[in-house]
Design a protein around this ligand. Structure first.
Ligand code: SF4
Ligand code: ZN
Length: 365
């Protein structure tokens, strides 16, 4: 993942900063992380290589200001220029993580309007007090894409009032790493996941941290296993970057695994192209799956006639009953935007896999 650090160094602000990794890493090199400096890579997103090509490739998500805070007071004089750089690369997505959401308006570009399409703001809340201070402000700001980072998670969090707004796309949780890491409790993580499932918000358990408590037992987990242990918990919700385990489960189902694209489907995809197939999938989902109440639920998806239909049966995205059973997406309310995006991603991934040359021989169903 590309990282762009236009400035380096930060000032500690709240309990989550106590064991800040920027401070820890800088001290290893005898540097003072509280000295905030503009970096030599300030222009990275608009820098080109010798061939004249941008160093950062189109469509990438650029994690911005990872060794500081984008809205830090000391950077007020540089931020307008950084916004200009962001504006100059609409083909990149910029993810900005901040604990200073209250300073968001300072040096905001004049043409910001309701937010640049390519900017995602991730507001950090490590405990309930910080959540209740920052999230009401966060929800009121003109931002197109909002996420919450609960890392290092220092206690249980009730995010329901904020998730219920429908303005939060995703919540990422994790423990704290390092020698002096404070303990993270798995029950807090599971509870946040429950809240995300209820409100149709994406959820990612990123890492356990070094000191982890599960079922009343304390674990010390080495740095190199903290992410893999979190992944092994298998509790991510609506995340599309690792669909492998879902496809493994689907392969175990006799009914799901027998679906294949027919010759007709393949020709249709070839003629129309994948963008058109995706647009059709979006339309089908919008009309037949997304509404809160569906009269013929369980019977709304034909078995054939369009490549998206077998994909839906194969991936258990054919009706709200299957979505609930296989994907933990609740019935009885309209699908949220993250849920729709997830369903489309699953369908398109199945089709993509069907188009791979390694697919076993096809038969009609
Ligand atoms: S805001 Fe982030 S970078 Fe700054 S001190 Fe706190 S944890 Fe470190
Ligand atoms: Zn179904």
């Amino acid at each position: 993942m590309p990282v762009w650090n236009p400035w380096h160094g930060c000032r500690k602000l709240s309990p989550g900063c106590q064991n800040c990794y920027v401070y820890r890493r800088d001290s290893q090199f005898g540097k003072d992380a509280s000295a905030v400096t503009r970096t030599s890579t300030f222009d990275l997103p608009i820098t080109r290589n010798r061939q004249g090509v941008f160093k950062l490739q189109t469509h990438e998500t650029v994690y911005t200001c990872m060794t500081s805070d984008f809205f830090l007071e000391e950077a007020d004089g540089w931020r307008a220029e950084a916004w200009e750089i962001i504006h100059a690369r609409p083909d990149l997505k910029f993810a900005i993580i901040t604990k200073r959401i209250g300073r968001f308006h300072i040096s905001l570009p004049e043409d910001w309007g309701s937010g640049y399409e390519n900017v995602m703001i991730l507001c950090t809340c490590e405990d309930q007090q910080r959540a209740d201070e920052r999230l009401p402000v966060f929800l009121d700001l003109p931002i197109r894409r909002r996420e919450i980072i609960a890392e290092p998670l220092l206690g249980p969090l009730d995010l329901e009032p904020y998730l219920a707004s429908g303005k939060i796309e995703s919540v990422t949780c994790g423990g704290e790493s390092g020698e002096a890491a404070r303990r993270c409790n798995y029950d807090w993580i599971l509870d946040i996941r429950c809240q995300c499932v209820k409100y149709g918000v994406r959820f990612h358990f990123k890492q356990t941290g070094a000191n982890f408590c599960k079922d009343g037992k304390e674990y010390h987990i080495e740095r190199k296993f903290q992410q893999s242990q979190a992944r092994r918990a298998g509790i991510d919700h609506l995340c599309t970057d690792s669909l492998g385990p879902l496809f493994d489960r689907l392969a175990q189902s006799k009914f799901r695994s027998r679906f294949r694209l027919t010759e007709q489907d393949l020709k249709y995809i070839q003629d129309r192209g994948m963008d058109a197939i995706r647009a059709h999938a979006e339309d089908f989902i919008e009309k037949r799956l997304a509404p809160a109440v569906i009269e013929n639920d369980g019977r709304q998806t034909p078995m054939r006639g369009h490549p998206v239909f077998p994909a839906q049966h194969a991936t258990a995205t054919c009706c709200r009953g299957c979505l609930s059973k296989w994907h933990a997406i609740p019935t009885g309310r309209a699908l949220t935007q993250p849920e729709r995006a997830y369903v489309i991603a699953v369908i398109m991934e199945w089709i993509r896999r069907q188009l791979e040359p390694s697919t076993p021989p096809r038969f009609e169903h």
